[in-house]
Ligand binder design. Structure first.
Ligand code: ZN
Length: 259
């Protein structure tokens, strides 16, 4: 199997049982370090429920991402522009971002939108940046998916946990989660670098789980410094200068329900 990112040769890293049923090989790229499973034929079973039952971190993660994303958008992007949360799931993140004051919209063909009804993505909007959390590791065809996203906006804030070096054994890294079978692509910093070079974008990263592909020229050191102080920055600056859309959104939703 060739690497799905850089097309180099891979070696079988290990074999494990996915969904407690299928023996699956994991291939490690000898060039960029990307780790991928063999072609994932089990996905239909794995996605019977799009947001899986063992995801106890869902709320905590959304709150944390909302704070950190606010800091990034406020600092580096046109903060009054529309933004898109790609694969928005139930819409928790979009609601949180609108509550903070950012004009966020929702796109997800696979999940029911519960919390952000009325804020679906529309084609005429020009999105300043896209957020996409906990998705890259689900991609069966990463480059095709990434190209789709770049076509919407070349500024992408995303999360995925970088594969440690050396590659951990299957039972030594919680992120593999073979029991639900949805995590099938694991990136290294070199993999991300390869992708950004391919599409002429800049790569900024906190070095572990949060990354940016962007056309903006952002200083990596400063970026990490700001993220370290994100709680303070969020409470002292963003919360004081942005105005929440919660009430305004309620009136808007009321108006569309009446129609
Ligand atoms: Zn590779």
């Amino acid at each position: 199997m060739k690497c799905k990112i850089c097309k180099s040769d891979t070696k079988v890293q290990f074999i494990t049982k996915i969904l407690n049923k299928y023996n699956v090989r994991y291939f490690h790229c000898q060039n960029c370090g990307f780790l991928q499973t063999e072609e994932p034929y089990w996905l239909e079973k794995a996605y019977k429920q799009p947001i899986n039952d063992i995801d106890t971190g869902i709320l905590q993660r959304n709150i944390e991402f909302a704070r950190v994303t606010s800091v990034i958008l406020y600092q580096y992007f046109e903060k009054t522009s529309p933004f898109l949360d790609y694969a928005g799931g139930y819409g928790i993140f979009i609601r949180l971002m609108r509550d903070i004051g950012f004009d966020f919209y929702w796109y997800d063909p696979f999940s029911e939108n519960i919390f952000a009804k009325g804020f679906e993505c529309s084609e005429e909007k020009n999105f300043e940046a896209i957020t996409i959390f906990e998705c890259f590791e689900h991609f069966a065809n990463p480059l095709a998916e990434i190209e789709k996203i770049i076509d919407i906006s070349p500024n992408i804030i995303f999360s995925t946990n970088l594969l440690p070096d050396p590659v951990p054994d299957i039972n030594k890294w919680w992120y593999y989660t073979p029991e639900h079978g949805q995590h099938i692509a694991f990136y290294t910093m070199n993999t991300l670098k390869y992708i950004t070079e391919k599409y002429s974008l800049n790569l900024i990263s906190n070095g572990s789980y949060l990354h940016l592909f962007t056309i903006e020229d952002i200083n990596q050191k400063k970026f990490r410094k700001i993220l370290k102080k994100s709680r303070k920055y969020f409470n002292n600056t963003i919360k004081k200068s942005m105005s929440s859309r919660t009430l305004e959104d309620m009136h808007y939703i009321k108006s569309i329900i009446k129609q």
